[in-house]
Design a protein. Structure first.
Length: 259
């Protein structure tokens, strides 16, 4: 299970940092693609990838016969929130956030471990009162049945509380394991122009915790980063809320709201 020690150990090695940089440049690479860059043996790269995966810094998914590797920035965000943000000036948070301006992928994968039950985690995803506590004050309304619609109403001080800033359809609803939704951002003309993408929530119980994987796919190549740039903060806030009962005061903006 990811923790601070594993993250620090994984980041201490320059080769592993290089592998993360490669995934930052272009996500969803195969072992063969990653092996070519560090000029290492296949076995050596596999060992480093295993350490990164155990630290939660990357996630693997199958695409046909290929095993693809995706950068998972959530643990880095958690380390930042715990060890950096409280010692630095508020503006330092903006300097350390992972930037995705150069990423050109159709799929973003985020993974986090939360000490809770699947039922409680599902409730936190679907209950409007709980959701707004870690989702920048956004109230998400739906009856959570297959084929039903949902919408997110902004609750921040800078916009009208009744303003719908996201909407979509619940394509697959399988509590407390899996939720698949279409996603359309409405908070600006730029994000409206991106059209509809898809968000999948996958919950798997692991001992006394849950592994939550969020896949945001069907994105246009080079899509506006506002569509997926808020996931790190949202998932960090969800973990903090369920494990401590407290709300995470991570610096953020309503322009980075995601489903």
């Amino acid at each position: 299970m990811p923790d601070d020690d594993r993250v620090f150990k994984a980041l201490a090695d320059p080769t592993r940092r290089l592998l993360l940089d490669l995934l930052f440049e272009r996500d969803g690479r195969s072992l063969n693609e990653l092996q070519a860059k560090p000029e290492m043996t296949r076995f050596g790269v596999m060992k480093h990838l295993r350490v990164l995966e155990e630290a939660g810094l990357l996630v693997t998914r199958r695409s046909g016969r290929r095993k693809l590797h995706y950068l998972n920035p959530v643990p880095i965000r958690l380390v930042h929130d715990r060890w950096i943000d409280k010692y630095a000036e508020p503006w330092a948070a903006g300097l350390s956030e992972l930037k995705t301006d150069l990423e050109k992928t159709m799929q973003k994968v985020f993974e986090i471990y939360i000490k809770t039950t699947p039922e409680r985690l599902w409730q936190a995803i679907t209950d409007p009162a709980l959701r707004r506590k870690y989702n920048f004050g956004v109230v998400v309304e739906s009856d959570w049945t297959p084929g039903s619609s949902y919408r997110g109403l902004a609750g921040g001080q800078t916009v009208s509380p009744a303003m719908a800033i996201l909407e979509g359809e619940n394509v697959e609803v399988d509590p407390p394991r899996r939720l698949v939704q279409t996603f359309r951002a409405l908070w600006s003309d730029d994000v409206k122009a991106e059209g509809t993408s898809r968000v999948t929530w996958e919950i798997q119980q692991v001992a006394d915790s849950c592994r939550l994987t969020v896949v945001h796919d069907q994105l246009r190549e080079g899509a506006n980063e506002e569509l997926f740039g808020g996931w790190m903060m949202i998932l960090s806030g969800l973990k903090t809320l369920l494990e401590t009962g407290e709300e995470l005061t991570t610096p953020g903006s309503l322009r980075y709201v995601t489903a």
